[in-house]
Design a protein around this ligand. Sequence first.
Ligand code: ADP
Ligand code: MG
Length: 327
Amino acid sequence: MKSKLFIIAFILSQVTFSQQVYTKTLKLMGSRFEITVVADSQKEGEHYVTLAVNEISRIEKLISSWDANSQTSAINAAAGIKPVKIDSELFNLIARALKLSKLTNGAFDISYASMDKIWKFDGSITEMPAEATIKKSVEKVGYQNIVLNKDTQTVFLKKAGMKIGFGAIGKGYAADKAKALLMEKGVTSGIINASGDMNTWGKQINGQDWNIAITNPLNKNKVFATFPIDNSAVVTSGNYEKFVILNNKRYSHIIDPRTGYPSTGVMSVTVFTKTAELADALATSVFVMGVPAGLDFINQLNGVECIIIDDNSAIHKSKNIDTKNKI
Ligand code: ADP
Ligand code: MG
């Protein structure tokens, strides 16, 4: 009996030792993705990464508003004209986005996209656009004007010039889908990191949870905190990458769809929950809501926690983030 146990233990240790962590960084959806898998060999690791990349590229083709041939572009082109029949995957994503708009009272809104013309975060804006211009920019914004028809699987943007975009939810969705696919293929453990939108599953080779590092918004090369994450998602939205500074005030690339003004006062929002899609959308929403309203909102949701760092570098945590950096 003893020797049998010994043999089993020996075999197990061989299995464990032959596993390795394989990580690849690459550009997808216009962003930096890092895909990590635990695999038996480098070859197997590479194979799994290729599967994930193909899945993410497939999603990009569906939701990109830059790609003129995507279904999303077809929806936008038909705004104010006619409903467009789309794949159930896109239909369901839009349906979930609309639910989030309702939940956030419109702070999150995929129809923000028609405002793209006035807010550019490439350094070209040097002064605050005129109030009238900003007011006009939100005329076409409003999730209430996105009409889904379940029976015909169509979506219709009621107003001409309306546009939808998945900038605040797409990377999270892609991370979730890549994770689901790899799990289905038998990958026991990994991390999909879509530029700070992360979803993990399984454990590290040493049996411990994956540790996720959160960037310090004051210095993006520095880590602010690390959290052990067990089969769930962490997403950070920060205004340290895309922003404009006007009259010494920092305006983020996250815009309040109700006013047309970029959000201010918040430097970064990190959301912890089961899926990266939800975390991604909520991080964007909390940015728009600001510190007190954002915290209050997150505290009302089950299974969702957040950390907000404000413009003065003060740290605000939702009520169930415990002091041992665990949620
Ligand atoms: P990032 O992916 O850059 O970290 P987010 O996930 O918060 O940041 O998404 C920001 C992007 O979402 C913006 O660049 C824009 O494309 C889009 N967006 C901006 N404001 C909103 C909003 N209020 N609701 C939905 N999408 C938004
Ligand atoms: Mg987001």
